[in-house]
Design a protein around this ligand. Structure first.
Ligand code: ARG
Length: 585
């Protein structure tokens, strides 16, 4: 259970101490250590320090190098260029450090020093509507962040802020009252798909009447008032629509292998009881003012194209509360009741202005204090191969399930080609893991704010930066370990390491620092690129260093050890991204 300091961290400390010993005023100076191609690490901090101390950088470099004699950790220190230090770690230190990681369940990954409470708002589809690729991104990224933060020891509270409130429910419910059987159709009972098609039918039918029949429109409007007043019959039908939607959401999440718990689905409607108070507090404190009958918050720096200020509308002129009012009320709940230190919103970048205004309003109202961080983690748009937002030829959004099913289908082809003798059930299971993993990985390996092209061919490719490549590396390792027979993984720090073993070892040692950085910066793509680097380092190692056929038994054991730790690290890392790592592929 002990966290294992990385070689990087240990060397950083050593170089820091040497810098301070050479120039006492440098205490605490950053040695600017990084990985390097010339040696294992390079420290560039001498240059800046020499400048400050008005010393000759090469002489200062030599003085620092002198204070870094070779020992168990450092094999070699070399002064180069105008005053860089090239540092080579000893083979024994690499293997020794890896052995300590291997002995730990957490692979030596440190827990956070000061765990707090993070509320994360993600996976927030809208009731009575199809989910789209934007909801996919929020769900996949949010799920990975939850796993990463929890692994670090943070207390995480999930909030699926689904769109389950608004004037459109007046129309749906009124139609359902007038056509009580619209939602129950015997031939398409059960299943998420069927639930969604019933909701679609209700939506389309009610929309058609709403658009053509003024009297219905008026009845629908009155129904909104009943809904807001909590009138029992209206509420019962509202519940029915929400429940039907949940059947659909759950079926999509099951396909995606993402766990959504009912108690975490706390949608817009959950804050109804707070809305009036939220508005009163904003108005009485002067944070919000009435403008043309609406309750608004204004900002000096937020103006529209015409130069006129764009306000956040908290309550409309007709008295209706909107999206902003529930978000502000949710902040009060998340801070006041859930005791959040951090609130994360995994939401489309196109809502950036909304969150900017909501956070600023909450700060002015005193609901967000310096002790609480609220962060919008914006994600980019999913594009088609043509570089335009992903749409079908008819210009409609793709149905999410169709995309998922297609990914699984393509994966089945890849799996069958790789292992033609698998049974149909085995193909189906692996295709699921490969296809869904591919979709998640393509999303997670792109830095969150960027748009990315949804290209299934590339996603399920066995080569390149894909989850299949990682899954394949993992399965290959598992197969080597199965074939090892008598030989067992065992670290031999006394053995010299080949270059590919060193490279793999240093990459493995970096896992803990990577996870910590990913958790602190909310950047899952850095974990994805780490894992790709790890799988690549393993591929090179496997090409250059025979494992089971190595020259002597100790080398066999040590290489099995490296393989085993690589497999465990890949497995753990992929699991933090929500991606399965099957035993065989
Ligand atoms: N339901 C919204 C949508 O589909 C996303 C909700 C985001 N979360 C929030 N607290 N506003 O766009």
């Amino acid at each position: 259970m002990a966290s294992v300091p990385s070689l990087f961290a240990s060397i950083q400390q050593r170089v820091s101490a040497a810098l301070t010993a050479a120039v006492p005023s440098a205490d605490g100076a950053d040695p600017l250590l990084r990985r390097s191609d010339r040696a294992d690490f390079q420290a560039n901090g001498v240059l800046g320090l020499a400048k400050k101390a008005k010393a000759n950088p090469r002489e200062l470099g030599a003085a620092v190098a002198e204070r870094l004699p070779a020992d168990e950790l450092l094999a070699q220190v070399e002064l180069s260029g105008p005053g860089f230090l090239n540092l080579t770690v000893s083979d024994a230190a690499i293997t020794g450090n890896l052995a300590a990681r291997a002995a730990d369940d957490r692979l030596g990954v440190p827990s956070t020093d000061a765990p707090g409470t993070t509320v994360i708002d993600y996976a927030q589809p809208n009731v009575a509507k199809e989910m789209h690729v934007g909801h996919l991104r929020s769900s996949v990224i949010g799920d990975a962040l939850v796993r990463i933060l929890e692994f670090r020891g943070e207390r995480v509270i999930r909030r699926h802020h689904i769109g389950d409130w608004g004037t459109q429910f007046g129309m749906l419910i009124q139609h359902l009252i007038e056509h009580p059987h619209e939602l129950d159709h015997p031939q398409d009972a059960g299943g998420g798909d069927a639930a969604m098609s019933r909701l679609n039918r209700l939506y389309k039918a009610s929309r058609a009447v709403f658009d053509s029949d003024e009297a219905f429109k008026e009845r629908a409007r009155r129904r909104v008032v009943d809904l807001q007043a909590g009138e029992p019959e209206t509420m019962a039908l509202w519940h029915r629509i929400v429940d039907e939607s949940k059947i659909y959401f759950n079926s999509v999440y099951a396909k995606l292998d993402i766990d959504i718990h009912d108690e975490d689905i706390v949608g817009e409607s959950a804050y109804n009881d707070l809305l009036v108070e939220t508005c009163d507090l904003l108005e009485s404190s002067g944070v919000a003012v009435r403008s043309n009958g609406a309750l608004c918050v204004f900002f000096d720096d937020i103006k529209g194209k015409d130069g006129e200020p764009v306000p956040l509308i908290v309550r409309k002129a007709d008295g209706g509360f909107g999206y902003a009012a529930s978000d502000l009320s949710a902040i009060r709940d998340r801070v006041g009741v859930l005791d959040a230190d951090t609130i994360l919103y995994v939401v489309d970048a196109r809502q950036a202005l909304h969150f900017k205004m909501v956070f600023e309003t909450a700060r002015r109202a005193g609901w967000l204090t310096e002790k609480v961080r609220a962060l919008h983690l914006p994600f980019g748009t999913v594009l088609g191969k043509d570089g335009k937002p992903l749409k079908t030829r008819a210009g409609e959004s793709f149905r999410l399930e169709d995309l998922l099913d297609e990914a699984v289908e393509r994966a089945a082809a890849v799996v069958t080609e790789k292992a033609p003798d698998l049974s149909a059930a085995e193909v189906a299971e692996r295709a699921q893991q490969v296809g869904i993993g591919a979709i998640k990985y393509a999303d997670l390996s792109t830095s969150m704010g960027r748009d990315y092209a949804f290209d299934l061919d590339r996603m399920v490719s066995l080569t390149g930066d894909t989850s299949v490549y990682l899954q394949y590396a993992h399965a290959r390792i598992r197969s080597i370990l199965r074939r090892a027979g008598e030989a067992a993984p065992k670290a031999h720090p006394e053995l010299p390491l080949a270059p590919a073993e060193r490279a793999l070892g240093l990459q493995l040692d970096d896992f803990g620092d990577t996870v910590a950085a990913v958790a602190e910066g909310y950047e899952p793509h850095k974990l994805a690129s780490y894992l790709y680097g790890l799988a690549s380092a393993f591929t090179t190692f496997y090409d250059q260093c025979p494992v089971l056929k190595a020259e002597d038994p100790a080398t066999v054991e040590n290489r099995l050890f490296l393989s085993d730790l690589t497999g465990r690290t890949l497995h753990q890392g992929m699991s933090l991204l929500g991606i399965e790592a099957p035993e065989r592929l």
